[in-house]
Ligand binder design. Structure first.
Ligand code: NAD
Ligand code: WQD
Length: 337
């Protein structure tokens, strides 16, 4: 198939491009590089052979995007492009709604004009808000606590409404839990701008000496060691979930929704200990106040994806930390030379 990947130069997109190329698909990547570098695509092509064209374009430019669909015979779209920093979304709500919701609407218009009606969308476990229990199944109540989360929920609604109005569409909503780690080659990985917000890139930068210590946000949660528990999933497992979704649904119209997680929770202190083992050095830490908006625990029931997509995460916590550390130690400044 020829697949158009929006946001394909980003963290999850680049890993998915590798898996898609290795499975023999042809790729068109559309990315405005607002949170990524073209070097990531060069690295993708060092890992995997195949056909990949990078087009530097903002998906809100509907006219230019429509031209891409006219000139390339695209079969399906995987849609990663968007802004993802939760805290920033509270400061810049209009930018987040414009990019994430407006960008998706522009994409859907260009797809429709190009007669392409299969889309796999990057949603997030954030749409479950503070879940009433764990593990979380796909039919749990949906809510959001910040503009980023609302933008994901809004896009989910737009896609569901579109499919309900026109049954030719195949839409798949993949709700990612906490993606971490990097490709085992050490060539691609997460390259955050500034001080990382997320746990694993923060720990990595402590290990490499860029940050002095980990700040653990609260040790008084009702969890086994008092720190927050999350369902961390290796980014390569996550990437493979997209292939499984395409294999299963590219020609199946309908609205399909899946959790992509491992089904088990890891605490902040457990993640720190696993990273210490991977990098063979101590990660200093201190306990500080809870981060506003954080929840105690969140992990997936991934059984729907296992049954319907024949997909499940296979990589361990040690794979996540070892691969994350390999990327960080070989590329201390990310894609910057
Ligand atoms: P990322 O920032 O690394 O990748 C997003 C890519 O989209 C970047 O390359 C960026 O340049 C591009 N982009 C942004 N706006 C664009 C626009 N208007 N036009 C064209 N390109 C644009 O983020 P990621 O971690 O790879 O996340 C990918 C998707 O998965 C996002 O939609 C994110 O919300 C979602 N998601 C991420 C996580 C996570 O923890 N990383 C969890 C759940 C869901
Ligand atoms: C994990 C745990 C923190 C940093 C976020 C988004 C979510 C999704 C994934 C996109 C929590 C603790 C963290 C630190 C810490 N993104 N922590 N010190 O908050 O589960 O999810 O990323 O969709 O929408 O909200 O991930 O990695 O930030 O935090 O103690 O410096 O690590 O309190 O318990 P989170 P995270």
């Amino acid at each position: 198939m020829k697949i158009l990947v929006t946001g394909g130069a980003g963290y999850i997109g680049s890993h998915t491009c590798v898996e898609l190329l290795e499975a023999g698909h042809d790729l068109v990547v559309v990315d405005n590089l607002c949170n990524s570098k073209a070097a990531a695509i060069d690295r993708v092509l060092e890992i995997a052979d195949g056909s990949l064209r990078l087009i530097e374009l903002d998906i809100r430019d509907t006219a230019a995007l429509t031209e891409v669909f006219q000139s390339e015979r695209v079969d399906a779209v995987i849609h990663f492009a968007g802004l993802k920093a939760v805290g920033e979304s509270t400061d810049l709500p209009v930018e987040y709604y414009d990019n994430n919701v407006g960008g998706t609407i522009s994409l859907l218009q260009a797809m429709d004009a190009g007669d392409v009606r299969t889309i796999v969308f990057s949603s997030s476990a954030t749409v479950y808000g503070d879940p009433h229990q764990v593990p979380i199944t796909e039919d749990f109540p949906l809510t959001a606590t910040n503009p980023y989360g609302w933008s994901k929920l809004m896009v989910e609604q737009v896609l569901k409404d579109l499919q309900a109005s026109d049954e030719r569409w195949s839409i798949t909503l993949l709700r990612y839990f906490n993606p971490v780690g990097a490709h085992p080659s050490g060539l691609i990985g997460e390259d955050p701008n500034g001080i990382p917000n997320n746990l694993m890139p923060y720990i990595s930068q402590v290990a490499i000496g860029k940050l002095d210590r980990l700040r653990v946000f609260g040790d008084d949660y009702p969890t086994r060691d008092g720190t927050g528990v999350r369902d961390y999933i290796h980014v390569v497992d996550l990437a493979q979930g997209h292939l499984a979704a395409l294999d299963t649904h590219a020609t199946t119209p309908g609205a399909h929704i899946y959790n992509l997680g491992t089904g088990s929770g890891v605490s902040v202190l457990e993640m720190r200990a696993a990273f210490e083992e991977a990098c063979e050095q101590a990660i200093p830490y201190e306990i500080v106040d809870r981060r506003p908006g954080d929840i105690a625990e969140c992990w997936a029931d991934p059984s729907r994806a296992r049954v319907a997509l024949n997909w499940q995460a296979t990589k361990s916590l040690m794979d996540m930390t070892r691969d994350g550390w390999r990327w960080q130690s070989r590329n201390p400044d990310g894609y910057q030379e």
